[in-house]
Design a binder for this molecule. Structure first.
Ligand code: XUL
Length: 524
C-alpha cells in the first residue's frame, strides 16, 4: 500500500497542498489556492485586509478556514486517494495570531461535516481579525517588553530574538492594552499554524517549538513558556496559551469532520503544524550548517541550520528551533520582492527589461548605492520608510535596477555575519529565484555558488516530509533526516551559478561603503 503524506501551507497569499508518495519519492499532488482570487468576498489584497494605517496588517482567520474546505474539496474532486494519507502536517506564515473565545475549543471538537468550516466557526473569535507578520504597529509594546526582559541582548538570549513588532508577544500586549474587554474574553490564543492544526485535529493544538520561538514568549533554551516574558506581555496569558510541543508531535487522529466530509482515513495522524520558514528548512534540505537558503518571496529571507544556539546580540536576526531538533537562523527583509517590483514599476519595465537593465551595468554600479526601504524594514530596523541614494541618480533606470539588488545582497552578507556560518553554497527558492540576473549578483556578493531549487512549494513539501517523519519513523530528534528527505529536495537544476572572481573583489570593497551608508541612515 502506498504511503501518502499531506503537507499544507497557509501562507500570506495562498493555501497550498502537496501530497507525497514516500516509497516512490514523488510529489503526486500539488495545488495552490490564491486568497484574493478564490475568496474575493474577504476583500483582501495579497491576503491582507486594507487598512488606512500602513503599519497595521491583519487578515481574516475565517478566510484561512474556508480555504481549507476548498483545498480538500479540490483534492477529492481531482481523485487524490485521501483515504491513503497516513499523516497530515502543515506550515503557517509565522508570528500571526488568532484569538478564540470560550466557545472555540468546544466548537473545534465538534465540527459538523454537514456545514462548512465558516458556518461551524461563526461566533468563536474573540477578535475577528488576526495581526500577521507584516504588522509593525507595536513599537511601544516592543519597548516595554524589551525593557522588562533586560534589553536587546537579554531578550535575544532568552527568546532567540530581540523583541520585534511582528512577533506574537508584542501583538498580544497591544491587544491587551487597547482592547482589555476582548482580551479578557479570549480563552485561547493560537498561531496561524496551531489554528490550522487545531481544525485538522479537532482539538486545540499545541504550538510547536519552531513556531513558538517566533513569539518572544518561549525560553528557547528550555523550550518552555518563559514566566518572565509572559509577565512582561499581558496578565493571565499562560492560561490562554496551549502547551508547547516538539515539532514531530502527533496531536491525535484527524478530526471526523475531514473523515466524513472528504473521505480521509479515520486513523490518519494529525501532526502539529509549524512555521513556514522551519518547514522550508526541511523542504529545501538544509540539514548541514554549510548550506544556506534564500527565499525570494513577498519577504526575502536568508536562513540556515545551527547546531549550537548562538543569539544575534545586535538583535537583528532570529534563532528559531528547527524541525530536526536543532536550531535555525533567519533574517527577514520586508523590502524583498516589494522593493524590486517598486523599482521595476517606477521605470515601467517588465522583468526582462529589469534584467536587461542589470546586464547593461557593471558589478559595483560605479559606486552607486541605494537603500531601498519602501516599507518599514526589519533588517536593519527602520521604522519609517525611506529611500536613500549615494552616487546614484534617481532617474538612471539601469543603475537603479542594479542598485536595488546589490543593496539587498550586500545587506544579507553583512547581516548574516553573526551566524558565524559563512555558506559554502546557497539554495534559492521563491518567486524571483528564476531570475538569473539576481542570482548572479547573489553569488558574486556572497562569494559562493548559488543553486536554483525548483521546489516551488518548499514550505508545503517540508510540511509533508515532517508528516512522514512524525507519522512513520517515530524517531523524534534522532531521525535520519538525510534519508527522509532523499530525492525530494534535490535541486532540479543542478546548474550552479558561480561567483565571478572579479565581481567578488568589487563587492568586497563596495560592501564597506554600503555598510557606512546604511549605518548613517539607520535610526537607533
Ligand atoms: C519570518 C517572517 C516571514 C513570515 C511570512 O520571521 O516574518 O518570513 O514567516 O512568511
Amino acid at each position: 500500500m502506498s504511503k501518502l503524506f499531506l503537507g499544507l501551507d497557509s501562507s500570506t497569499q495562498s493555501l497550498s497542498a502537496v501530497v507525497i508518495d514516500y516509497d516512490t519519492r514523488k510529489v503526486i499532488y500539488n495545488d495552490s489556492l490564491n486568497f484574493d482570487e478564490a475568496l474575493p468576498h474577504y476583500k483582501t489584497r495579497n491576503g491582507v485586509l486594507p487598512n488606512r494605517n500602513p503599519l497595521i496588517k491583519h487578515s481574516p482567520p475565517l478566510m484561512w478556514a474556508e480555504a481549507l474546505d476548498v483545498v480538500f474539496a479540490r483534492m477529492k474532486k481531482k481523485g487524490v486517494a485521501l483515504d491513503k494519507i497516513l499523516a497530515i502536517s502543515g506550515s503557517g506564515q509565522q508570528h500571526g495570531s488568532v484569538y478564540l473565545n470560550e466557545k472555540g475549543a468546544q466548537v473545534i471538537a465538534n465540527l459538523n461535516p454537514k456545514l462548512s468550516l465558516v458556518k461551524n466557526l461563526a461566533g468563536v473569535f474573540a477578535r475577528p481579525t488576526a495581526p500577521i507578520w507584516m504588522d509593525s504597529s507595536t513599537s511601544t509594546e516592543c519597548g516595554a517588553i524589551r525593557r522588562a526582559l533586560g534589553g536587546v541582548k537579554a531578550s535575544a538570549q532568552l527568546t532567540g530574538s530581540d523583541v520585534f513588532e511582528r512577533f506574537t508577544g508584542p501583538q498580544i500586549r497591544k491587544f491587551y492594552k487597547t482592547d482589555k474587554a476582548h482580551y479578557k474574553k479570549t480563552a485561547s490564543i493560537a498561531l496561524v499554524s496551531s489554528f490550522m492544526s487545531s481544525l485538522i485535529a479537532g482539538k486545540i493544538s499545541p504550538i510547536d517549538h519552531c513556531d513558538g520561538a517566533g513569539m518572544n514568549l518561549m525560553d528557547i533554551g528550555k523550550k518552555i513558556w518563559s514566566p518572565k516574558a509572559l509577565a512582561a506581555t499581558a496578565p493571565g496569558l499562560q492560561k490562554k496559551l496551549p502547551p508547547l510541543a516538539a515539532p514531530w508531535t502527533v496531536i491525535g487522529p484527524v478530526s471526523s469532520y475531514f473523515v466524513k466530509k472528504f473521505g480521509l482515513n479515520p486513523e490518519a495522524s494529525a501532526v502539529v503544524w509549524s512555521g513556514d520558514n522551519p518547514c522550508s528548512v526541511i523542504g529545501l534540505g538544509l540539514i548541514d550548517q554549510h548550506t544556506a537558503a534564500v527565499s525570494l518571496g513577498t519577504s526575502d529571507t536568508y536562513f540556515g541550520s545551527m547546531h549550537r544556539f548562538r543569539a544575534d546580540t545586535r538583535g537583528e536576526g532570529h534563532v528559531f528551533c528547527s524541525p530536526t531538533g536543532d536550531y535555525m537562523t533567519l533574517i527577514c527583509y520586508k523590502n524583498g520582492s516589494l522593493a524590486r517590483e517598486h523599482i521595476r514599476d517606477e521605470h515601467r519595465l517588465d522583468w526582462n527589461g529589469f534584467n536587461r537593465a542589470i546586464a547593461s551595468t557593471k558589478p559595483g554600479n560605479a559606486g552607486g548605492i541605494l537603500l531601498p526601504w519602501f516599507e518599514p524594514e526589519i533588517v536593519p530596523r527602520v521604522t519609517k520608510p525611506r529611500v536613500e541614494r549615494l552616487n546614484l541618480d534617481a532617474k538612471d533606470v539601469d543603475a537603479n535596477c542594479r542598485a536595488v539588488v546589490e543593496a539587498q545582497m550586500m545587506s544579507m552578507k553583512l547581516h548574516s555575519h553573526w551566524m558565524k556560518a559563512p555558506p559554502k553554497r546557497i539554495r534559492v527558492t521563491g518567486g524571483a529565484s528564476d531570475n538569473v540576473a539576481i542570482l548572479q549578483i547573489m553569488a558574486d556578493v556572497m562569494g559562493c555558488p548559488v543553486y536554483r531549487v525548483q521546489v516551488a512549494k518548499s514550505a508545503a513539501l517540508g510540511a509533508a516530509l515532517r508528516a512522514a517523519h512524525a507519522g512513520l519513523t517515530k524517531s523524534g530528534a534522532k531521525a535520519d533526516w538525510k534519508k527522509i528527505i532523499a530525492e525530494f529536495t534535490q535541486p532540479v537544476s543542478q546548474k550552479e551559478i558561480k561567483p565571478n572572481a572579479k565581481a567578488r573583489r568589487v563587492y568586497e570593497q563596495l560592501i564597506q561603503q554600503y555598510s557606512k551608508f546604511e549605518r548613517a541612515h539607520t535610526q537607533t
